[in-house]
Write a protein that binds this ligand. Structure first.
Ligand code: PXP
Length: 251
């Protein structure tokens, strides 16, 4: 008997760092919307863009232009602030991913503290859900956070894979294996609570496979590595290679 195929796995391409490069010179290029259209052509299932409070990469007009230009869903990443909620409600993107944000961090360093902020987050999510946005919470694998996500009725969680990727890069094989086991346990716990599971942060050709092979995970959001690799091999081939690895791992 052959095993049933795993459910499809979506690839969301995060184009923030095209904007980082553009903003480094204050120029009009490279254009993140052009990158999004290339990603769409290369078979991405969605585009992810993070409008940070300090507008360090994506800016408001990028979101306006992305909404008008792309035919695939936009996953709008944002902090749970009133300003961002108003922007999301104006655009009504397919998905809204809530992330913690600190001005001094280089990237999103940890997951949301859902357990410590349940009432506020539940109230924050309601109008977004009512506007038709699929709300996702970016969290670590701590079971308390996953259970809290279920309690605030988040339809989706995205598990933070950054620490695992860092440990792999450092060659800390044993700790990486433990972190991976915790992440996959978290994926199963969230799935069993009826939450759709996504994963992302720091993923590369070297680290994507165990997540792609995990049945409970339904979407991966990948940015920095793909944009970096695009410098050498082009964005379209980088996305296609990532997809090839995902398909190979999923079997
Ligand atoms: N998912 C979330 C929630 C993120 O905040 C980020 C980074 O913006 C990513 C995925 C993509 O991470 P990376 O750019 O490291 O691939």
């Amino acid at each position: 008997m052959t095993a049933a195929p795993l459910p499809p796995l979506r690839l969301g391409v995060n184009i923030d760092h095209v904007a980082t490069l553009r903003n480094a010179r204050g120029a009009a290029y490279p254009d993140p919307v052009r990158a999004a259209l290339i990603a769409q052509e290369a078979g991405a299932d969605g585009i992810t863009a993070h409008l940070r409070e300090d507008r360090r990469h994506i800016i408001d007009s990028d979101i306006d232009r992305l909404m008008a230009a792309i035919a695939i869903p936009l996953n709008f990443e944002m902090a749970a602030t009133t300003e961002m909620q108003a922007i999301a409600l104006r655009h009504r993107p397919h998905a809204v991913c809530l992330v913690p944000e600190k001005r001094e961090e280089r990237t999103t360093e940890g997951g949301l503290d859902v357990a410590g902020d349940m009432n506020r987050l539940a109230d924050f999510i309601t109008p977004l859900s009512e506007a038709g946005c699929r709300v996702s919470l970016f969290i670590g694998h701590d079971p308390r956070q996953i259970e809290a996500a279920a309690r605030v009725r988040a339809p989706v969680v995205e598990l933070h894979t950054g620490r695992y990727c860092d440990l792999v890069a450092e060659g800390a094989a044993e700790e990486a294996a433990m972190e991976l086991a915790d992440l996959l346990r978290g994926a199963r716990l969230a799935h069993s609570a009826g939450i759709e599971v996504h994963a992302g942060h720091g993923l590369s050709f070297a680290t994507v496979s165990p997540f792609a092979a995990t049945e409970e995970i339904r979407e991966l959001n990948i940015g920095h590595f793909l944009i970096s690799e695009a410098v050498f091999m082009g964005l379209d081939p980088a996305i296609r290679e990532m997809r090839r690895l995902m398909v190979a791992a999923r079997g």
